[in-house]
Design a protein around this ligand. Structure first.
Ligand code: PGA
Length: 274
């Protein structure tokens, strides 16, 4: 049974005062919740603040990108090892907004995943098709190439380390991000199962363990249905991550769904014994 993971992607939002009240509210709303894992990925400039406010709580923190380089003449870049100094656990890589705005290719995203893994952090590697690709019926092909970039594009030792550390895949159909129109639970399940199958081709055990989370207009209203799908292991939340109420509701739903699945497993176990 994979533990659910809910991650807030703050994108280009926040300031010291707003972050302070958002994080304090989250800490208090989630302090009694232990059935799932929770994290917020904040702008680089607020990593120190996230660390100061979240250290010792049940909420982890992380960044939204990392350079494919470790150091050197790359003005404005920030390396994964710099990010690691702020006590983070996660780094989002290859978000569609970066792929579009900064022309980030699969290969570049894979190199960034490698640097994140080498720094001992967990990459949240984003994949997903655009609306045009969705309408053209090429979604699975697109996602397959994005997944192959890491299953076949990483050096063997880096992939081995990624398995140890636990890379997270985020399936985020671009047409669902910020649009208010999430994928249906069955659309998400279908793609998550497809992704798990691709990973199983290189490592069956790892495919069972890897978390594949869904992102794109997840809200407190649709979270239970999406998170109840067998292969949806959590959520990557944009807009609703900026509201302590909405984000904590999604986190709490993730915990409840996990407990229901555990109860069902226990019941089925008992039935099997009878
Ligand atoms: P959204 O964003 O929840 O606002 O759709 C998700 C994301 O971009 O990660």
């Amino acid at each position: 049974m994979r533990r659910k993971l809910v991650v807030g992607n703050w994108k280009l939002n926040g300031n010291l005062a707003k972050n302070q009240s958002l994080i304090s509210a989250l800490v208090s709303k989630l302090k009694a919740e232990h059935a799932a894992d929770y994290a917020v990925c904040v702008p680089f400039t607020y990593l120190f603040q996230a660390q100061a406010l979240l250290a010792g709580t049940n909420i982890s923190w992380g960044a939204q990108n990392a350079s494919q380089f470790e150091s050197g003449a790359y003005t404005s870049s920030i390396s994964a090892s710099m990010i690691a100094e702020f006590g983070c656990q996660y780094v989002i890589i290859g978000h569609s907004e970066r792929r579009t705005l900064s022309n980030e290719s699969n290969q570049k995203a894979a190199r960034r995943v490698a640097r994140v893994v080498e720094s001992g952090l967990i990459p949240i590697y984003c994949v997903g098709e655009t609306l045009e690709e969705h309408n053209a019926g090429t979604s699975k092909n697109v996602v397959k190439n994005q997944i192959i970039a890491i299953t076949h594009g990483l050096e063997d030792d880096v992939f081995a380390r990624a398995k140890e550390i636990g890379i997270v895949i985020a399936y985020e159909p671009v047409w669902a991000i910020g649009s208010g129109q999430a994928a249906t639970p069955s659309q998400a399940q279908d793609m998550h199962l497809f992704i798990r199958g691709l990973i199983a081709k290189v490592d069956k055990d790892f495919a069972e363990k890897i978390k594949i989370i869904y992102g794109g207009s997840m809200t407190p209203h649709n979270a239970a249905a999406l998170l109840s799908m067998a292969d949806v292991d959590g959520g990557l939340i944009g807009r609703c991550a900026l509201s302590a109420d909405d984000f904590s509701k999604i986190c709490i739903v993730a915990g409840k769904v996990s407990q229901v699945s555990l109860t069902n497993m226990a019941d089925n176990g008992k039935k099997a014994l009878i």
